[in-house]
Design a protein around this ligand. Structure first.
Ligand code: APR
Length: 180
């Protein structure tokens, strides 16, 4: 099977701190102001340094589901793709569609920029409260759909910060039926 079709070779699951990765771009789970916050947003801004915030200030924010590109500054990653996930409100406020759009918007930037490798955190599953298992399924489906028809990025790393997230992604990757 060609690499393009075997998206399994182009999707990797890793456990660790996304700010340490030397990839073309890491994706930030930001808020709509793009002016920093806690969680992975805070970690990325701390690691990138003040120039990141300075560039973010020029962007004028970002609506949920969209993505914006900046440089990575002091990060090992050359760029940061900032996307804004949905705040989980129980599932009736288009949260799944917005989350899928976060992945698609970020992948479109990676395609446009011809980034070889990008890393995603588990967008919206922390402060925003999106259930991890469903979020992992949405993430994988969106990435697989993109990789099946696009050459760029060449590879996507799902970067899990804790065991619970890693387990959710493992289940989603295996396509295992979710426990009731
Ligand atoms: N590397 C990788 N993943 C991380 C890191 C890190 N250094 N730090 C946290 N994470 C993980 C969390 O464990 C969670 O699985 O990122 C995932 C997303 O969690 P949050 O960072 O809380 O992001 P989110 O749920 O999308 O909430 C966004 O939180 O930090 C604020 O400004 C941000 O208002 C926005 C909101």
């Amino acid at each position: 099977m060609s690499e393009r079709a075997a998206s399994g070779e182009r999707v990797r699951l890793i456990k660790g701190d996304i700010t340490k990765l030397a990839v073309a771009a890491i994706v930030n789970a930001a808020n709509s102001s793009l002016l920093g916050g806690g969680g992975v947003d805070g970690a990325i801004h701390r690691a990138a340094g003040p120039e990141l915030l300075a560039e973010c200030r020029t962007l004028g924010g970002c609506p949920p589901g969209e993505a914006r590109l900046t440089r990575g500054y002091r990060l090992r990653a050359a760029h940061v793709i900032h996307t804004v996930g949905p705040v989980w409100e129980g599932g009736g406020a288009r949260e799944s569609q917005i989350l899928e759009s976060c992945y698609r918007s970020s992948l479109e930037i990676a395609k446009r920029e011809r980034f070889r490798e990008i890393a995603f955190p588990a967008i919206a599953t922390g402060v925003y409260g999106f259930p991890k298992e469903e979020a992992a399924r949405i993430a994988l489906a969106a990435v697989r759909s993109h990789l099946a028809r696009e050459e760029w990025p060449r590879r996507v790393l799902f970067t899990c910060f804790d065991e619970e997230t890693l387990s959710a992604y493992r289940q989603a990757l295996a396509g295992a039926p979710q426990p009731p």
